[in-house]
Design a protein around this ligand. Structure first.
Ligand SMILES: CC(=O)N[C@H]1[C@@H](OP(=O)(O)OP(=O)(O)OC[C@H]2O[C@@H](n3ccc(=O)[nH]c3=O)[C@H](O)[C@@H]2O)O[C@H](CO)[C@@H](O)[C@@H]1O
Length: 370
């Protein structure tokens, strides 16, 4: 094997797949700057913007998701899948990677399948406590499956599982100046802060919970809310907020500087995506989680429950946000002991150096192949 490794990383769709992928790429580069990395994502999805912004090349496949209900879109799904398979094969042949890594999301199926058929070893990174169908199928051929949760031998061949945790962006772990964070979001240093995040795309039910509780938030002059609502919901919510004229709510479509947002947060209200949970654990944040019911195998509830049953987070159901969400967050903000307990307990779920560990596995596999 030459020193110069060539690695394909495929997948994406949402931040939960893209950010771990970028962290793995960064770790491979940090270990060996000569390593050449090519991303393969899905055309029109978030990765086509975020990956180049992180300094890596990406090729887009025309692949789309399969709709679980009966719809005409599923006819185009099969055409797109076939076209993606052909393109994935071409990309694998011309880039000739030493290893292909799949991080989940539409593109990883065709790419890992093409890689395995071409004799390229594959590695999976499964972020969730309950894998989707594609990863279960891809795992049959994968050399290693890097997981973040225990008991994954229920789904994957035990001898090929490695406990690595989910890669988290490095800058989230650096110490930040509180003043810089307050300035970034135009927040008040005298107030306690609730950070609200609806996953990388925003969450309708969390947004509803906030909108229906604006009066309760207005009454709390000692509190402010930094609210990421998702690009799709932003315009409408921004208009609704303006009519209420609150000075303690800051609405944003997406937060690029999550390091600063976590830095100012006293309590976090969030979806239960695996990436966010890994970040909350590493940073020891007291959290109220609202699992999305719209994900495969209800995996967010399973992610959240692994914390909740250990007293490491609070859960509010998706259909109860209007009555409970803001109320629970405010109670937690005031209950210093409970807040402290959650901060300590969630830290027990933290996994350090995950990206580096995955990069090491990938290098080992490349060496075995050579
Ligand atoms: C709807 C959906 O399919 N969600 C899935 C998606 O989650 P999704 O991408 O929403 O969520 P995750 O929680 O895993 O990751 C979100 C990432 O985006 C970052 N972030 C979020 C908001 C923001 O404004 N700025 C920002 O940078 C977070 O810091 C985190 O790094 O992938 C996860 C990992 O497979 C799954 O567990 C989720 O169920």
């Amino acid at each position: 094997m030459s020193d110069k490794l060539k690695i394909i990383i495929s997948g994406g769709g949402t931040g939960g797949h893209i950010f771990p992928a970028i962290s793995i790429a960064d770790a491979l580069k940090a270990r060996n700057p000569e390593t050449e990395i090519l991303f393969v994502g899905a055309k029109g999805r978030m990765e086509m913007e975020k990956v180049p912004a992180a300094g890596y090349d990406i090729v887009g496949l025309p692949v789309a998701g399969f709709q679980r209900r009966l719809t005409w879109k599923n006819i185009t799904f099969f055409f797109k899948l076939a076209a993606s398979m052909l393109k994935a094969r071409r990309v694998v042949r011309s880039f000739a990677p030493d290893v292909a890594i799949g991080v989940g999301g539409y593109a990883s199926g065709p790419v890992l399948k093409a890689a395995a058929s071409a004799g390229v070893p594959t590695v999976l990174q499964e972020q969730n406590s309950y894998p989707g169908v594609t990863n279960k199928i891809l795992a049959r051929k994968a050399k290693k499956i890097c997981v973040a949760y225990p008991n994954m031998e229920r789904f994957f061949p035990p001898s090929r599982i490695v406990q690595t945790g989910n890669p988290v962006r490095k800058n989230l772990l650096e110490t930040i100046e509180r003043a810089t964070a307050l300035k970034e979001f135009e927040l008040d240093g005298e107030r306690k802060t609730i950070l609200v995040v609806g996953g990388s795309l925003g969450a309708g039910s969390i947004n509803k919970g906030l909108i229906s509780s604006l009066e309760a938030i207005r009454e709390r002059e000692d509190v402010q809310v930094l609210w990421q609502c998702g690009k799709y919901y932003h315009q409408d919510l921004d208009q609704q907020l303006k009519t209420h004229g609150l000075d303690n709510v800051k609405l944003m479509p997406f937060i690029a500087r999550m390091d600063l947002a976590y830095g100012v947060a006293d309590v976090v209200v969030s979806r239960a995506g695996a990436g966010t949970i890994s970040e909350l654990a590493l940073l020891g944040k007291a959290s109220v989680l609202v699992p999305s019911p719209n994900v495969s195998e209800d995996h967010q509830t399973k992610n959240a429950m692994s914390l909740v049953k250990e007293g490491a987070a609070i859960l509010v159901a998706d259909n109860e946000t209007e009555e409970k969400l803001v109320k629970e967050a405010l109670v937690l903000l005031d209950d210093i002991d409970h807040k402290k307990q959650l901060e300590e307990k969630i830290k027990l779920f933290a996994h350090n150096n995950s990206a580096d560990q995955i990069a090491e596995e990938v290098e080992k596999i490349a060496k075995e192949k050579a």
